[in-house]
Structure formats: C-alpha cells, structure tokens
Design a protein around this ligand. Structure first.
Ligand SMILES: Cc1ncc(COP(=O)(O)O)c(C=O)c1O
Length: 371
C-alpha cells in the first residue's frame, strides 16, 4: 500500500544530532552529545527504586504529583526569584514535551516564532509541527540575542520568542539587562516568551542565570531535571506559566502524555529537594573541561567565543563538512554547526560532556588534523 503521511511531517527532518549519535557506536571519542556523562546521584536512584518497590507505579495527576509541583514552585522562588503556584506548573516528559505543549498552545497556522539562529535543534521543527513559521534571529558576535536583531524580525504575525540561556549550541549566557530588554519588546508587541532554561545551573565565571519570568507574566518557562542532575533518561521536565497558559497546555499534555512517569517524578522530587552537592561537583568539572577546551582550541589557532555556560563550545571554521569528515576518520565525533540553523554553517559544536581523559585524547588528535 502506498503510505500517505501528513504533509506537515515532510516539513521536518531527523535531527543532525541524532545522525551524529547513530554514527558514533564503536570506538569513537564522542564530542557530539548533549547529555552529562555523570552518573545520577545515589539518593536520586534510591528514590526511583523505592518508588518501584513501594508500588508507586500507576498514573498520577495529569499535572504531576502535588509534592513535586510544590518543590518546583519553591525551586523557582529559591533559584529564579519569581513566584508560581504549584497549580501553575505541569510536570512533563522532559523539557522536550514541555517545549512541545508550550509551542502547540500558542502557535497556529502562519504564526511566526522568533528563535536564535543558530539554536537548539527542536525549536524550528516543533514550530513547523504546529504549522507555524520559524524565524531565525541572527545572533550578535558573542552569540547573545540583541534587542535590535529581534525588533528587525518582528512582524504582525509574530506570536512567540524563544530564549535559551545558557544556550545550546553556543554556550552563550544572556545578561539581566538584555533579558529585561527582550521582555520589554515582547510585552510591547504582545509576544509570548518561551524560555528554555535547561542549562540554568551550568554557568561559569560568576555569571548568574536570569529568568525572563521575573519581569513578566507573559512567559512560559521550560525546564527539566535532565541536565542539572544527569537524569536525561528519566524523561522528566516541567513547564510553568500563569493560569491561562497552563489551562491550555494541560489539555494537550493530557491527551499526548497523560502524565510524566510516576517513578521519575519521585526521583525528581529527591533531586530538587535533596542535597545539591552533585550539581556543584558537576559544574566544577564542566568548568575544568571548558577551560581545557578553550586552551586547546587557542593553541590550534581556532576562532571561537569563550562559552559562559552549558557544555558546548562552537568554533568557526573554513569548511564544516571537511572538518567533521576528517575528524570522523580519526574517530572523533562533533556536530556540524548547520544542524542548528543556517547561520550555524561553518561552525562545529564540540560537547565537553565526556571524560577529561577522552577530551584530552580527542584534542590531541584534533591538533594533528587542524590545518
Ligand atoms: C536547549 C535544550 N532544550 C531542551 C532539551 C531537551 O531536554 P530533555 O532531555 O529534558 O527533553 C535539550 C536537550 O539537549 C536542550 O539542549
């Protein structure tokens, strides 16, 4: 039978990161992945095992268990300096689902969504699945999003602006001043901000993460325990916004997901309310690797910006394809910059979420092939 698929599927492709991931089985130094290489902390694993042992294995409330939403609400107050009630939070299956329901709830056919170019691989496809139009905002030289660049792209059809600080794939961190300026423009033009904050705790050099929701109600905040607590496989995220947004997002969440995993919810509760040393340890190891990567790339004479957050570095090259292929032949995987949007071309994303030893060896090899 000839298969007839919905035309909207034809508008998206398998992500460039997945392609790198699939090509990387075997003896590779994988600098292509976007997840911490650390083990989940013991007390979090114990909470998950306990959930199973005690039979906490059924559906939960669609929004997620109350204790977890209370903990997330307290976390927003503690870490992000804004108030949302537990009722204004939906626990999701990773930040991926949170982004999906946020975009589906506000974007309709023909709506334009502003997003960083280069930016995280899911922003544009999720917009297209909602039949909206992704509009890339070119980044400044330091990879931040400027007020002017956003203004230039706003039209009568602009519905949402996606902010992602610290950013994937560049590691850029937005300043408080800039976040305020972006919130002001969005408010003036009745544009909803979707703020993806999954790397909020991976920030270096004394900089602070600033949530746009501190300054406005017209913000949907997306986050997850995935990166902060090395819990990517638990698939546990959350979304917070004022009542009106939550009411609409909940309808979608209810039908596409029902609820996040009950076991992962208990694990996330232990993560958010338990000791936070594991986060500080991971951050300090990532900083050590960031510093090492910066020195190594400097030695090679590469052109790049020092990343201030996340675990990526995004150097610029003459020819991205040739570089990626040459490295692949030497068993090193990096992600081509164009996987992150047209303006990512002739860059590569190097992830330092791999052991220090792997990183050292990979950079030694890289040094041999850099021309
Ligand atoms: C910016 C950004 N947002 C969202 C996600 C997805 O996170 P999760 O694994 O919680 O779905 C990622 C994962 O790489 C990411 O880099």
């Amino acid at each position: 039978m000839v298969k007839k698929f919905a035309s909207r599927i034809g508008t998206i492709e398998i992500s460039g990161i997945r392609k790198a991931f699939e090509a990387s089985s075997g003896e590779f130094f994988n600098l292509g992945l976007g997840e911490p290489d650390f083990d989940t902390a013991e007390h979090i694993k114990i909470a998950a095992v306990h959930a199973i042992d005690s039979g906490f294995t059924s559906y939960t409330l669609n929004k997620g268990i109350e204790e977890l939403r209370e903990a997330i609400s307290a976390k927003f107050k503690r870490d992000n300096n804004f108030s949302v009630s537990p009722e204004e939070i939906i626990v999701t299956s990773g930040a991926s689902e949170a982004l999906h329901i946020a975009i589906l709830s506000v974007v309709e056919k023909g709506d334009e969504v502003l997003m960083p170019n280069p930016g995280f691989v899911s922003f544009a496809p999720l917009t297209k699945l909602a039949e909206g139009k992704p509009v890339g905002v070119p980044l400044s030289d330091d990879f931040t999003i400027s007020e002017e660049a956003v203004k230039e792209k706003i039209t009568d059809k602009t519905k949402a602006l996606i902010i992602n600080s610290p950013a994937n794939p560049t590691g850029a961190v937005e300043s408080e001043e800039n976040i305020k300026a972006l919130v002001d423009i969005a408010n003036d033009r009745h544009i909803t901000i979707i703020s993806d904050e999954v790397y909020e705790h991976l920030i270096y050099d004394g900089l602070k993460h600033i949530s746009p929701a501190r300054f406005s109600d017209e913000v949907i905040t997306v986050n997850a325990v995935s990166k902060t607590y090395a819990m990517t496989g638990f698939r546990l995220g959350y979304v917070a916004a004022c009542d009106e947004y939550v009411e609409q997002m909940l309808k979608i969440h209810q039908y596409i997901q029902a609820c996040a995993s009950s076991i992962s919810q208990k694990a996330a509760l232990a993560a958010i309310t338990g000791p936070q040393e594991c986060v500080a340890e991971m951050r300090s190891e990532f900083k050590r690797r960031r510093d090492f990567a910066v020195e190594a790339l400097r030695d090679m004479g590469m052109e790049f910006r020092i990343p201030k957050g996340a675990f990526y570095i995004f150097p610029r090259l003459r020819d991205e394809k040739e570089f990626v292929e040459t490295l692949r032949k030497r068993k090193i995987i990096v992600t081509p910059g164009s996987a992150f949007g047209s303006l990512g071309k002739n860059h590569v994303r190097i992830s330092y979420a791999t052991s220090f030893e792997n990183l050292k060896r990979a950079f030694e090899i890289m040094k041999e092939v850099v021309w």
